[in-house]
Design a protein around this ligand. Sequence first.
Ligand SMILES: [Zn+2]
Length: 260
Amino acid sequence: MERTVTKLAEGVSLIKGIDFECCIWLVEGREKALLVDTGLGVGDLRGEVEALTDKPVIVANTHGHGDHSGGNYAFDRVYMHPAALPDMKAALEMTEMFASPEELAAIRRRMEERPAEYRFLREGDVIDLGGRRLEIYEIPGHTPGDIALYDREAGLLFSGDSMVKSMDVLLVVPQTVSVEAYARSIRKLAALEGAAGFCSGHDQRIMPRSFLLDCLACAEEILEDRAEMQTVDPRLPGIESCLRAVHGDAAILCLPEKLR
Ligand SMILES: [Zn+2]
């Protein structure tokens, strides 16, 4: 798979493959580089990353979904929230839809021969890249194992699927916690006043703080019964219909049984 690389801020590059694959972010410090998410696992991500930086690469997953963690197998050590590990174990199911049979066999072989070692991240942990520090925030909502990584100096959040403009915020996947948990998490990020922009799991640009605030307002309106909800087909396996609420630029898909 051909991926494109776009530099979007000082030391921050977006690596993007086919539409369905998440945005993979390469964040460089003075001594180390951090790869935020690893995509579907197709192609030679590790080779592509090593061509972009000569620094040792640390890998972290924003959550365990297969379009974000499918390429973990190519790296020696991966950081994630402990609650993300069960989703990650099912990651190959998503890769199966996009990899050729030969590629899939090679991926399986590599996973068995030399599985990545997992290390856990919790709220308050810091990843220090040398001159660039990323603080970890637990933001359960989309899944229980969602985290955001905050570069306080640059005013940038890396926040996975918790706030996505190019598709609706999905609080309808099997792992979703609740809209209430989601609102609490986004409120926590909104309190980081220096967070001027964020890098999401599926938007190919740095998103403005106003979009974060729209996501929060949308979730709060749902919980306070003030949102105009439409019934829609989420086009996801196993779910025929869900509710959709909009506030400003943000839209949230949710289920009545997963509000609280
Ligand atoms: Zn996801």
